[in-house]
Design a protein around this ligand. Structure first.
Ligand SMILES: Cc1cc2nc3c(=O)[nH]c(=O)nc-3n(C[C@H](O)[C@H](O)[C@H](O)COP(=O)(O)OP(=O)(O)OC[C@H]3O[C@@H](n4cnc5c(N)ncnc54)[C@H](O)[C@@H]3O)c2cc1C
Length: 337
């Protein structure tokens, strides 16, 4: 009998990643429909004290695998640890973040467990039995297909664990409730070091001094209409006034003007800021997929028929080269008052 909804609770240097909390929020909803528990798998070294944070965000149980082998993320070590847990516990569902670690780990586990995995899900639901072709209580995993032109809902064909990855920013975490009670279970894994083919020699951190765009409260995003580095310098000036981050459409990443980690959209990141400026961005479906959940969207585009205006809360029809400096100037004066 498979049971419970599991979340791989990713931590880096002992810091629980926001996506883990978002997944716990979704897992809570799924588990409540199923009448099951939410279980977090927390793997790492000297990280047991983080378990309570996971309980506060919705976990009923936290399985802690604490081992020196798991100090840094290395595929084989983490695969062995999480595989052992899943293989023994036989969960109903396991959710992973679709970031670099989750995208590396989840397919390994899928292959080792010989079970399916649906990547980059945007919606997760439990079937209610109303569809005669689909039994009740199955996980329905929805994700964009065919370049984002349609949404496909996928159901695991095999019996056993159902696994999905979800991008950061797609699901919403629950409010933190420090009064929640849960069980912290210490779990020992016997590793097979003969399979450790990769050795970590050195960790070099990217020194960017930038906030990840998935965590920014305000994003000033530029597209082909901004066009060049000088145009993005203007967006940076506006972002500085607003304490915001600069992001972009894929067109500007493909043109080599912006790095991929700043790309919003289906093949970039999903963002949900309080305020999203779309500057010279047409509003292609693949871009919208990554930002349409933003609280407030302000678009500037010289084409009044640009599709971005269909999702924008406010729109300015005009030239970004003129409007961005005017906006920067005006906001600077207003915010100084
Ligand atoms: C499988 C797949 C995945 C994809 N993934 C992504 C993704 O993750 N993210 C993403 O963004 N795209 C993605 N794309 C690409 C997407 O389809 C679009 O090509 C891309 O979003 C277009 O970027 P853009 O809006 O900057 O450029 P364009 O579509 O060229 O639009 C530029 C806009 O700027 C306006 N403009 C021009 N000059 C000015 C000016 N001076 N002032 C004001 N406005 C001006 C124009 O009117 C136009 O609306 C993907 C495509 C595919 C097929």
């Amino acid at each position: 009998m498979n049971k419970n909804v599991y979340v791989f609770a990713e931590q880096r240097e002992g810091v629980i990643q926001p996506v883990a909390l978002e997944l716990l929020g979704k897992a809570r909803d799924l588990a409540d429909v199923l009448g099951e528990k939410v279980v977090a798998i927390l793997a790492g070294y000297q990280i047991a004290d983080k378990a309570n944070e996971l309980i506060a965000y919705g976990a009923d149980d936290v399985i802690v695998v604490d081992a020196p082998e798991l100090k840094d993320y290395i595929t084989e070590q983490y695969t062995q640890a999480v595989y052992t847990v899943i293989n023994e516990m036989n969960p109903n569902v396991v959710l992973f973040g679709a970031n670099t670690i989750g995208r590396d780990l989840a397919p390994r586990l899928s292959a080792r467990l010989e079970k399916g995995l649906t990547a980059d899900c945007t919606k997760l639901e439990i079937s209610d039995g109303s569809d005669p072709k689909l039994e009740a209580k199955k996980l329905m995993m929805t994700r964009p297909a065919f370049g984002g032109n349609l949404m496909a809902t996928i159901v695991a064909a095999k019996e056993g664990v159902q696994m999905a990855t979800v991008r950061p920013g797609v699901m919403q975490k629950k409010d933190k409730d420090e009064s929640r009670k849960g069980n912290v279970i210490s779990y020992n894994v016997t590793f097979d070091p003969s399979k450790f083919a990769v050795k970590l020699l050195e960790t070099v951190k990217a020194d960017k001094g930038l906030v990840d765009i998935t965590e920014a409260k305000i994003l000033v995003s530029g597209g082909r209409g901004v066009g060049c580095k000088e145009g993005f310098d203007k967006l940076t000036a506006l972002a500085q006034v607003l304490d915001a981050e600069v992001s972009s459409s894929r067109a500007m990443v493909d043109a080599g003007i912006m790095p991929h980690d700043r790309q919003v959209g289906q093949t970039g990141k999903t963002v949900r800021p309080n305020l999203y400026f779309a500057m010279g961005i047409s509003g292609a479906i693949q871009h919208l997929a990554g930002m349409e959940e933003s609280d407030l969207i302000i678009a500037v585009n010289k084409d009044k028929f640009a599709p971005i205006f269909n999702v924008a809360d406010m729109g300015i029809v005009g030239d970004v080269n003129k409007i961005v400096p005017m906006l920067t100037d005006r906001l600077q004066k207003e915010l100084k008052k």
